[in-house]
Write a protein that binds this ligand. Structure first.
Ligand SMILES: [Zn+2]
Ligand SMILES: [Zn+2]
Length: 194
């Protein structure tokens, strides 16, 4: 069992993820246009996206993410009325995490909010590269081969179910009951969300 230190770039918001096990890591890189649009809306695409427009995300159950300081600076943006809840730091525009509906226990921590110097060893390697159709450049074949998208959604749904059944949906640092901790701003844009 290991803890992973979390903080925004300026340090106002901080916390930790607990029980981070590299051997069953759920680290993915998402190349969808909406993840790119989120980073662009915050003006931090350069530090958030990889060379092909991908966002490195570590997925874990809600109950394993804790925010200890700076909660009042947490902001939420949605790219459509039904879009993901995309959380960021109001103090310095650091992308924090993505979440689904309040009852879904999944939190996708964005690498920009992981401040732990030992993060790589704790979260394990990238397991899947997904939504490759949105990539902004040709991803080298060996990268795709080492982290295939195939089976990703099925595995993820299975994990979400397990997390629900084992009571790891709550507490969720981004929701009080079914209410987001702050009112999401809706940034409508064209194109669907993955
Ligand atoms: Zn900050
Ligand atoms: Zn995405």
């Amino acid at each position: 069992m290991d803890n992973l230190a979390l903080a925004c770039r300026c340090g106002t918001i901080s916390g930790r993820a607990i029980k981070v096990y590299p051997h069953h890591g759920t680290r993915v890189v998402c190349y969808c246009k909406d993840c790119q649009a989120f980073a662009q809306a915050l003006g931090v695409a350069e530090t958030t996206l990889d060379a092909y427009g991908g966002t490195d995300i570590y997925q874990l159950p809600a109950a394993r993410v804790q925010i200890h300081r700076g909660q009042e600076q947490v902001r939420c943006l949605r790219l459509s009325e039904k879009g993901l809840y995309r959380w960021y730091a109001g103090c310095c525009n650091t992308p924090i995490a993505n979440t689904l509906a309040p009852r879904m226990p999944l939190i996708g921590l964005i690498h920009t909010f992981i401040s732990d110097p030992g993060a790589e060893g704790k979260t394990g390697p990238i397991r899947a590269r997904v939504n490759l159709g949105g990539a902004t450049g040709e991803i080298p074949r060996e990268l795709v081969r080492s982290a295939p998208a195939k089976g990703y959604v099925r595995k993820l749904l299975f994990k979400i179910l397990q997390w629900k059944l084992t009571g790891q949906s709550r507490p969720n640092p981004f929701f009080t009951g079914n209410q987001p901790i702050c009112t999401p701003e809706i940034h409508a844009q064209s194109g669907g969300e993955h």
